[in-house]
Design a protein around this ligand. Structure first.
Ligand code: ADP
Length: 547
C-alpha cells in the first residue's frame, strides 16, 4: 500500500512529467497521492475526491456495515467488524453472547489501526479484553475483525490476492476489473491460530512488505513460483484440482461491484463538493487495489481496498551486505503494465472522439451482454469499438463489469438514492454536511411530518443523531449532519413509517415516497414558472396593444 507510483519505462517514454505543475491544460493528469495534489479545472484526473478517506479501515467498515444492515446475505463477504474505541463495549458483549449460544465457537480476532498499511500495528487476539485499549486506541481508532481461520492454502502457505479495479466513472457508474492479479504469499507454513502462534506474522499476515524480511522469502523469477505469483497461475492450479474457477471469478466480480456500491454514496457527496455541477472541473477515474482472501471453501472475502496501490515493477535486492539494487520483477510487470496501459486506453480522450464519429457512421452498435457473470475475455462494447483503432495493441486486460451486470446489482443501490436526496438539500454547493434548515426542508418537501411526527420531533432527531456522529470525531472541519448521520435518520424514519417490513423494503418504500413528492413539487414549480412566464408575456402583449 506504500504510495509508490513508478510506471513502466515504456509508459514513461510517452508521458510527460510536470512535478511543479503546468500552465497549459492536459488531457489526463496522473496524481501521485490524492485528488488535491494540484488544482485542475479540466481534463481527466486519476483520483476521486474523498477516495483516500473512504477506503480507510474505519470508513470502509462503516460503509459496508450500512449495506450489511440492509442486505446481510449479499454483504457477507466482509468479516464481522467492530470500530474501536466506540464499539469496544458492543464487541465484548456480542462476543460473549455468541460464545454463550455456541460454546464450541473459539474465535480469533485481528486488530487493525485505522489508516495503517503494510501490516503496521496489526495483531491477533483470542480474548476481546486483550485489545490494547490503553493510550493508543483512544488516540488511534482501529477496526477489530473476526479472523478468517481457514484460508485456502497453496504449498501449505496462506496467500492473498491483489486485484486491480478501474473506477472509470461515478455517474454513470463504470467499473472494470483486471483479468489477472497478484498472489502474495506468507513465508511460514500456516497453522490455525493458537495462543502460541498468534504472534507469528510470517504465518498469518500476507503483506509483501513484512514477508520480504523473512529468510524464506523467494523473489519470483517467473509468474507461478516464489512468494509473489500471478493470480491466474493459482487459478490454473485450482482448476487442475477440479475447482470451479468460473464460480470463483464470478464471486470476486460480485464482491468488487458490491464494495463499490457501498462506497459510491459518500464519494458522490465529496464529488459534488469538490466539482460542483455546472462549474468547470475535471472528470475523475481511479485504479483501486482490492485485497481479497480466498477461504478454504473458495469463498472470497474482502480484506481492504487501497486507493493508491503500488505500481512498482521492480524490487530491491541486496547484492552484498548493505548494497541494494533495483531489479525487474517479472510478476509485477506482467500484471501492472497491462493495468496502466489499458487504463490510459480506456480514458484516452482521442478514443472518445473516435467513438463519437464511429457511432455517427455506424447504425448498429453491439449490445451489452446481460448474461451470467463469466470469466471470459473483455468483450464489452468498449473492446468492440477499440478493436479496429488499436490494432497492434494486446487485447484489453480490463474487463467491464458495470454497467455490464447492472441488472443483477441495481437493487442494492438504495443508499445511492438516499445520498441523492441528501445532496439535493445540501443547498450551498461546496459543503458535505446538512444544516438544520436543510433537514427541515427535506422533511417538509417530502411530506414526512404529521400529527405523530411534529417539526419539534424532527429537530430533536436532527440534533440527537448529528451530535452523536460529530462526537465520533470523524470530521470536525464542518458542522452539520454528515451523510452517514442522514442515512441513520432516514432509516429511523423508514422504520417508523413502514413498521412491519424488512429494513431494505422499509427504506426502499420511503425513498419511493420521497422521490414521488419531490417530483410532484418539481412539476408544480415548473408549471408555476411557466405560468409566470405566460402571465408576463400576456401583460407585455396587453401593453403593446394598449400602446
Ligand atoms: P494493511 O493495510 O496493514 O495491509 P490488511 O487489512 O490488508 O492491513 O491486513 C494485513 C494482512 O492481515 C492481510 O494481508 C491478511 O494477510 C491479514 N488479514 C487481515 N484481515 C484478516 C482477516 N479478517 N482474517 C484473516 N487474515 C486477515
Amino acid at each position: 500500500m506504500k504510495e509508490c507510483c513508478q510506471f513502466a519505462s515504456e509508459l514513461l517514454s510517452s508521458v510527460f512529467q510536470f512535478p511543479f505543475g503546468r500552465r497549459l491544460p492536459c488531457d489526463i493528469y496522473w496524481h501521485g497521492v490524492s485528488f488535491h495534489d494540484n488544482y485542475i479545472f479540466s481534463g481527466q484526473v486519476n483520483k476521486f475526491p474523498g477516495m483516500t478517506e473512504m477506503v480507510r479501515k474505519v470508513t470502509l467498515s462503516r460503509a459496508v456495515r450500512t449495506m450489511q444492515d440492509l442486505f446481510p446475505v449479499e454483504y457477507n463477504f466482509y468479516p464481522r467488524s467492530w470500530i474501536l474505541p466506540e464499539e469496544f463495549p458492543l464487541f465484548v458483549t456480542e462476543v460473549r453472547m455468541m460464545k454463550e449460544s455456541d460454546p464450541s465457537w473459539k474465535p480469533t480476532f485481528i486488530v487493525k489501526p485505522d489508516g495503517g498499511c503494510q501490516g503496521d500495528g496489526i495483531y491477533l487476539i483470542k480474548d476481546p479484553n486483550d485489545v490494547r485499549l490503553a493510550g493508543s486506541v483512544q488516540s488511534r481508532p482501529a477496526v477489530v475483525q473476526e479472523y478468517i481461520c481457514k484460508p485456502l492454502l497453496v504449498d501449505k502457505l496462506k496467500f492473498d490476492i491483489r486485484l486491480y479495479v478501474l473506477l472509470k466513472s461515478l455517474e454513470p457508474l463504470e467499473i472494470y476489473i483486471a483479468k489477472d492479479g497478484l498472489s502474495r504469499f506468507c513465508t511460514e507454513p500456516y497453522q490455525e491460530p493458537t495462543l502460541k502462534n498468534l504472534h507469528q506474522v510470517f504465518m498469518h499476515l500476507t503483506n509483501y512488505s513484512l514477508n520480504i524480511h523473512s529468510g524464506n522469502f523467494i523473489h519470483s523469477d517467473n509468474v507461478n513460483t516464489g512468494s509473489k505469483r500471478t493470480f491466474s497461475s493459482i487459478l490454473c492450479r485450482l482448476s487442475s484440482r477440479g475447482a470451479d474457477v468460473k464460480k470463483v471469478w464470478s464471486d470476486i466480480i460480485s464482491l468488487v461491484i458490491k464494495t463499490i456500491i457501498a462506497l459510491t454514496p459518500e464519494l458522490k457527496v465529496y464529488y459534488q463538493s469538490d466539482i460542483p455541477a455546472g462549474k468547470p472541473g475535471p472528470t475523475c477515474f481511479q485504479i483501486l487495489g482490492f485485497d481479497i482472501l480466498l477461504m478454504k471453501n473458495l469463498k472470497p472475502m474482502l480484506l481492504e481496498v487501497n486507493a493508491n496501490p503500488s505500481m512498482r515493477i521492480e524490487h530491491e535486492q541486496e547484492l552484498s551486505p548493505g548494497v541494494f539494487e533495483n531489479v525487474p520483477s517479472p510478476v509485477d510487470e506482467e500484471v501492472k503494465v497491462a493495468v496502466i496501459r489499458d487504463t490510459l486506453r480506456l480514458v484516452d480522450p482521442q478514443k472518445k472522439r473516435r467513438k463519437e464519429i464511429q457511432s455517427q457512421t455506424s447504425e448498429h452498435v453491439s449490445e451489452t451482454r446481460e448474461d451470467l457473470l463469466d470469466a471470459g475475455p473483455a468483450d464489452g462494447p468498449e473492446y468492440e469499438t477499440s478493436k479496429n483503432t488499436e490494432a497492434g495493441l494486446p487485447s484489453l486486460c480490463l474487463k467491464q463489469v458495470f454497467p455490464k451486470y447492472a441488472k443483477q446489482f441495481n437493487y442494492l443501490r438504495l443508499v445511492d438514492r438516499v445520498a441523492a436526496l441528501f445532496i439535493r438539500f445540501l443547498g450551498v454547493k461546496g459543503t458535505t454536511k446538512l444544516g438544520p434548515t436543510g433537514f427541515r426542508t427535506f422533511i417538509r418537501n417530502c411530506k414526512l411530518s404529521n400529527s405523530n411526527f411534529s417539526m419539534a420531533s424532527v429537530d430533536i432527531l436532527y440534533i440527537d443523531i448529528t451530535r452523536r456522529w460529530n462526537s465520533m470525531g470523524i470530521d470536525h472541519k464542518e458542522s452539520g449532519m454528515c451523510l452517514q448521520a442522514f442515512v441513520e435518520a432516514f432509516f429511523c424514519l423508514a422504520q417508523k413509517k413502514y413498521k412491519s417490513l424488512p429494513l431494505h423494503e422499509q427504506v426502499a418504500s420511503l425513498i419511493d415516497f420521497c422521490e414521488y413528492h419531490l417530483a410532484a413539487l418539481d412539476e408544480k414549480r415548473l408549471l408555476c414558472g411557466r405560468g409566470v412566464v405566460e402571465r408576463r408575456g400576456a401583460v407585455k402583449a396587453n401593453l403593446v396593444t394598449l400602446g
